[in-house]
Design a protein around this ligand. Structure first.
Ligand SMILES: [Zn+2]
Length: 165
């Protein structure tokens, strides 16, 4: 058991203090899929309706978490398709699809997981201003990994993790 635990993937280990601080801060900010829905369909979802009561959606590859910091803030609708009884169709129209409607449809609608993670980090650190309280090295490792992934997959072209630097 101990050996198994030691070899657990990064996304299954308990969160470190730095990971907890970042994800908790993200959860108090906008739901990233809500934000994208607001930006692309402002007539359906106003800025005030973008959820600030969120969960942390861990990005998974092959059903395994990549790491705790590879994720984005997501409301209960977007993460787990939770809506008041009888409101599923209305929520789908207003908020767009939930991840529980299927990951293919979800990513086709909002963008790839890497684009969602990147958007989360741009919301957290709009001017790449990572506060002293965060572990800069960890955040930069995620941004570097994102840059590599995005460039490798050429999803949204080349991303400069330090604009203006
Ligand atoms: Zn949402």
């Amino acid at each position: 058991m101990r050996g198994y635990r030691k070899n657990r993937r990064p996304g299954n280990r308990p969160m470190t203090d730095a990971e907890l601080e970042l994800t908790e801060r993200a959860k108090r900010g906008p739901c990233i899929p809500c934000l994208i829905q607001h930006e692309t369909h402002p007539e359906l979802l106003s800025r005030n309706e973008v959820s600030r009561w969120n969960e942390w959606d861990h990005h998974k590859e092959g059903n395994l978490r990549v790491g705790h910091l590879w994720g984005w803030a997501s409301c209960q609708w977007h993460h787990r398709r939770i809506a008041p009884a009888g409101k599923f169709e209305a929520y789908t129209r207003k908020y767009g699809p939930s991840l529980m409607d299927g990951s293919a449809a979800f990513y086709a609608y909002y963008g790839s997981p890497y684009e969602l993670i990147l958007r989360q980090y741009r919301v957290l650190f709009p001017r790449h201003d990572i506060p002293e309280t965060f572990d800069r090295a960890i955040v930069e490792t995620v941004l570097e990994g994102l840059t590599e992934e995005i460039n490798r997959r050429t999803i949204i072209g080349t991303f400069d993790p330090e604009p203006g630097a």
